[in-house]
Design a protein around this ligand. Structure first.
Ligand SMILES: [Zn+2]
Length: 71
């Protein structure tokens, strides 16, 4: 299934902040480290945010499982 790239800038500022900070890095084995260079995409009906750990630079992929925040 191909990745469908979505526009990260279309997320609300709150969602953007949440996705950029509420990440877990398996390599650092720590939560809430944050990511840089976020890529927002849909694959196989699910949405993901991919980015690099701010601390070690490893690529982290976070599935968006929570309901999107309402305005
Ligand atoms: Zn890390």
């Amino acid at each position: 299934m191909a990745k469908i790239k979505l526009n990260f800038d279309e997320l609300s500022p709150l969602e953007q902040e949440w996705f950029l900070t509420e990440t877990r890095c398996d390599k650092c084995n720590e939560a809430d480290l944050g990511i840089v260079d976020p890529v927002y995409y849909r694959e196989d009906g699910k949405e993901f945010i991919e980015g690099k750990c701010k601390k070690c630079g490893a690529v982290q992929i976070t599935e968006i499982v929570v309901q999107k925040l309402k305005q």
